[in-house]
Design a protein around this ligand. Sequence first.
Ligand SMILES: [Zn+2]
Length: 397
Amino acid sequence: MNAPAPRSLRRYAEQCLGLKKYLRQPGDGRLQPTIAAITLLWSMLVARILREVSFHAVEQLVHSANCTSLGIQRTFGDDALGYFTERLDPAVTRAALVSSLQRAKRNKAFENSRFIGLAIDGTTAGHSTQHGCAWCRPQHNAKKEVIGYSHQLATISVVGAGLSLPFDGEPYGPGDSEYAAGQRLLARAMTALGPRFADYLVVDGEYATAPFLHAADRAGIKVVARLKDNLPELSQSVERRFAAQPPTSTHRDGKDRIEIWDAPDFAPWETLHWDRVRVIRYRQHKPDGTIIQAEWLTNFSLRQVGSLSLYRIGKSRWEIENQGFNDAKNRYGLEHICHHEQNSILLVWLLTFLAIMIERLYRIRYLHRGTHRRHSADQLCRLLWLHLAGPGKLNSS
Ligand SMILES: [Zn+2]
């Protein structure tokens, strides 16, 4: 087996994820490039996996490491990365993310899961004191004075399938909304992935509105959405009915006891064109006495998805927050603005998702085969750094 080395990561991306052509032809819009696109692109990807996120750090890393051990051909200045990402076509990187996902599915990366889910959610990524692009959203203090700018994007991720893989983002600037960006993102993702890739879409309460649920219907995907107070009529009838009934079923989830109320026949609110709305309430009793309760609505029938599976689908939404946004920000620098230009910001977000996808599939599905133990993300990062520090000196077993 290959030792985890930056070079073997590139081989894995090219051969197992089918990214060879993308790395050479990533939609480079530079007119007379002197540095090959693959040099700049792979440097940004491998640097992110090594958790070096600024363009200056990428340049320093490439200058100080042996280029061939990083899997690149030559050094360059950080201004080359700004110029390159300003002119890189986001559609080509988005297509590479989707084709890597499809290949991962064909290679049975998700085969231990009964369902493959998608989650959509919005987040803030990148603050700036200066206005720098059309996606800058002003932030105000209590006196309504502008104190800075932030950038926001809706993101979509594979969830509930053993490994979380964020694979696209849609920015929303001033005058736009998370909710509109989420609908554009869903339509684009479903067109690219095809109707059979995923089994469900899971979203938080703010997406539980008729236009978004209808958008999911048009996209051909069943939806599971958190039911909160923004739907007071449905919430009240759920409370009236479930408070008067014992749970429909009880289950064990590890050490927790789960009570589930499940009813398929609530009336839709006025604007929702569904015949009926199915709602579950779960009450999760933890050994320390903590109780977690939540309600979810769906258009899955009981025959399609049982109560316990629906509970697990609801829980899978947390992955986009925990393994999606938190990891992308804390480990891979999603919040850092490398170069404050609109297209460059979007490309850096998309390349962050691609770096996460390569790292997770390589670490969790490729290195961890047969009897090989699974490395944590921190362990793999450390092994890659050690490899750069002293190739040949490490025991690679
Ligand atoms: Zn901006």
